[in-house]
Ligand binder design. Structure first.
Ligand code: SF4
Length: 359
């Protein structure tokens, strides 16, 4: 069944009008689901009981349900969320001093098959709808009412630019209905060039993160098979065009793999490649506990040397403090089969269920 979460105010007005109710009832629904995170029909107290009942005959309110959660000592909480068809996705709540981020999924699984990533090993099950994307944020906000979510990053499962229409619809709802500042939305892509070009024309002030992971085509094609289709030169041209049009700085994500892409040669190549671009690099040392791949985490000394060399080329390079979750590759890292079994994470008691509670 369709859900009301995922519809704009205008669309909600049309929904209620089709049921013979005045348009302002649609605005009341939008306020309730997006501003107050109401998740049950009974919670829609502004609406007459009979309208709630008629809506419930045709729609579900929200798609996501918490299956399980695990909390890290630093406050990070990872959620596994059930979707209406039984698929499971991963979302992460990340409190920082002065801001609160959430990391959300855009697809169930991922078709990109990056060699270091568990999510990519099992392929794509399906795209998420705009409602399923937005509802990850709403559900986490409802579970953490004391901490207002200020930032949203599309770095969970999936490649958002392969689910372009739903991802963009979700971003617009998060901005216009939920109130997340567009500059606080980060969309991470592994480099779907035609859709980077399309995104540049959308006139959105979001932050684009591009998973580069290697400074030359031979190595990048090994790590990121999509590079065969969109080699580095073409990808970087699309990135330059993007920054020219939007004047927004791009972040290049680079997972550091010991003795694979973390050497002095690669650091110099990367510095040469990105010098002069409106961009910075974020390095993420590989987390060896993530997946059964033949990669190792570089030593702290190798990490420091890599950063110094790249910075020596005049390229801004950062290494964020790692949090209690697996953002390691700038994308999702969990296998779908493991998610179904719930075996890759320590399942703690579910913090809160979210019943649909029809009247
Ligand atoms: S690293 Fe990202 S793009 Fe690559 S397979 Fe994993 S989820 Fe997909």
């Amino acid at each position: 069944m369709e859900t009301l979460v995922g519809k704009t105010t205008q669309e909600l007005e049309a929904v209620v009008q089709a049921l013979g109710a005045p348009a302002f009832r649609g605005r009341q629904i939008a306020q309730a689901i997006y501003k107050r995170q109401v998740r049950t029909w009974d919670g829609l107290t502004d609406l007459p009981r009979d309208l709630r009942a008629r809506l419930a005959e045709h729609y579900d309110l929200a798609p996501c349900r918490v299956r399980s959660s695990s909390a890290a000592p630093d406050g990070t909480v990872k959620y596994l969320m059930d979707q209406p068809d039984g698929e499971v996705i991963e979302s992460v709540f990340l409190p920082y001093p002065g801001r609160t981020s959430v990391c959300i999924s855009s697809q169930v699984g991922c078709p990109m098959a990056c060699s270091f990533c568990a999510t990519g090993t099992e392929g794509l099950a399906r795209n998420l709808s705009a409602g399923e994307i937005v509802d990850q944020v709403l559900l986490m906000q409802s579970l953490h009412p004391e901490q207002r979510i200020t930032h949203v990053v599309f770095m969970g499962m999936g490649e958002p630019l392969l689910n372009y229409a739903a991802a963009l619809a979700a971003i617009r709802i998060l901005n216009q209905e939920v109130g997340i500042a567009m500059r606080h939305v980060t969309l991470s892509t592994v480099g779907v060039v035609p859709n980077i070009e399309k995104l540049a024309d959308e006139d959105l002030q979001l932050t684009l993160a591009v998973s580069l992971h290697a400074p030359n085509d031979t190595l990048r094609s090994e790590l990121v098979p999509l590079n065969e289709k969109y080699p580095i030169a073409r990808l970087l041209q699309a990135c330059r065009d993007y920054t020219d049009k939007t004047r927004r700085r791009i972040t290049f994500e680079y997972v550091l793999l010991a003795d694979v892409n973390d050497g002095e040669k690669e650091a110099h190549e990367l510095g040469d490649l990105l010098r002069g671009m409106l961009a910075g690099v974020n390095v993420i040392p590989y987390n060896t506990t993530d997946v059964a791949a033949p990669y190792q985490r570089p030593t702290p000394e190798a990490q420091r040397r890599f950063r110094e060399i790249v910075a020596g080329h005049g390229v801004t390079i950062t290494q964020r403090k790692e949090r209690g979750h697996r953002i390691a590759a700038a994308c999702g890292q969990l296998k779908r089969s493991a998610l179904r079994r719930g075996s890759m994470m320590r399942s703690l008691p579910v913090i809160a269920a979210a019943p649909s509670g029809k009247p």
